[in-house]
Design a protein around this ligand. Structure first.
Ligand SMILES: NC(=O)c1ccc[n+]([C@@H]2O[C@H](COP(=O)([O-])OP(=O)(O)OC[C@H]3O[C@@H](n4cnc5c(N)ncnc54)[C@H](OP(=O)(O)O)[C@@H]3O)[C@@H](O)[C@H]2O)c1
Length: 327
């Protein structure tokens, strides 16, 4: 697809009160897009909108809950009433809950699917009549490396992300030739407040599966996807391309590491009691793009990359040797 000129185009960003959504809204505004930002926390959205306006951008705030159909329709209607059109939907609002599958309250499981999966679908259906009328539009879905892989303690979240990627790919095929594009970003662990928001049934504070990246890596990938829509993007190498390659070449390696150490890897030393987190209502005072877990230092990421690349190379050579021996 040809490079899109973003200046003057209109984007709705869901989950913009925090993390990826916040940083993506900033970057899209810098690229010249007019924004409609939504989430449940109006105060945080106003804060973000003021920042964007002070830098010369245009930003409309429409608070809402992605699980409430009327809210979703209202966000899209107010966006179109203000800007006259909508060119891109950044489907981003997401939640997770930490705990063993059989210990997770059923309402956590259904809520995660409702926000992460049905929330994306609700918004896509609400913008679609406008996209079809315009003969153009872009649904950009903030996915996860867990849209392809898996992690212990996050079974419902993983299910929601796999489902959403399947839905998005199907939608992309359906919309072929209509001028409407669908993109996905396979997000690695990033330093947002998601880990301070998520409920946990464990007594230790959750943390992302390392390595953790700066959230701006994802925001820049979202801008790149806005310019060239229609692809599934992998923004980083180590917890991105290399992991996907390892999963194809030697799936047992990742399964062994995560099966053995995955539970421990996802917990910090800090104690916590947070059985509800932000699932059913937003958590006060934790907005902004970044959270409590800092990104992994570059030198550590590069060393791990080198180690894994050697392992992947060894597996390829071993498999080549084995197939020669068998012949
Ligand atoms: N952080 C990571 O390591 C990581 C990794 C892979 C993928 N992702 C994906 O990135 C996306 C954003 O996550 P994040 O890291 O930025 O998390 P975050 O900082 O916790 O932000 C989540 C956003 O979703 C909104 N939200 C939650 N429930 C909502 C609801 N019912 N209705 C409307 N908005 C709701 C929250 O706002 P309110 O509470 O104000 O409603 C907030 O703005 C998610 O789709 C997540 O799956 C993140």
């Amino acid at each position: 697809m040809r490079r899109q000129e973003l200046r003057g185009q209109v984007a709705i960003v869901t989950g913009a009160s925090s993390g990826v959504g916040w940083q993506a809204a900033r970057r899209l505004a810098e690229a010249g897009m007019k924004l409609c930002v939504t989430a449940r926390t109006a105060e945080a959205l106003e804060w973000l909108a003021n920042e964007i306006r002070q830098r010369g951008g245009e930003c409309l705030v429409v608070p809402g809950d992605v699980t409430v159909q009327e809210d979703v329709e209202r966000v899209v209607a107010e966006c179109v009433a203000r800007f006259g059109r909508v060119d891109m939907l950044v489907n981003n609002a997401g939640v997770q809950s930490y705990g063993a599958f059989d210990a997770l309250p059923w309402e956590h499981i259904t809520r995660i699917l409702d926000v992460n999966c049905l929330g994306f679908m609700r918004f896509a259906r609400a913008v679609m009549p406008h996209f079809r009328r315009q003969g153009s539009g872009h649904v950009l879905n903030v996915q996860s490396m867990l849209s392809k892989g898996a992690a212990p303690l996050l079974s419902a979240y993983t299910a929601s992300k796999h489902a959403t990627l399947g839905w998005a790919k199907s939608l992309q095929l359906e919309l072929s030739g209509t001028g409407i594009s669908v993109s996905n970003i396979l997000v690695p662990s990033v330093d947002t407040n998601m880990f301070a928001h998520a409920p946990t049934l464990l007594s230790r504070a959750p943390q992302p599966v390392p390595p953790t990246y700066d959230v701006d890596v994802v925001a820049r990938s979202i801008v790149a996807a806005a310019r060239r829509p229609g692809k599934t993007r992998v923004p980083v190498f180590l917890q991105g391309w290399l992991i996907l390659a390892m999963d194809t070449l030697a799936p047992w390696a990742g399964d062994w590491v995560l099966g053995r150490f995955g539970v421990r890897m996802q917990q910090r030393e800090t104690s916590v009691h947070r059985p509800e987190g932000n699932l059913f209502k937003p958590m006060a005072g934790t907005f902004g793009p970044r959270g409590p877990v800092p990104p992994t230092p570059g030198w550590l990421r590069y060393s791990a990359t080198a180690g894994l690349a050697v392992l992947a190379g060894g597996v390829v050579l071993g498999m080549a040797g084995l197939s020669r021996a068998v012949r």
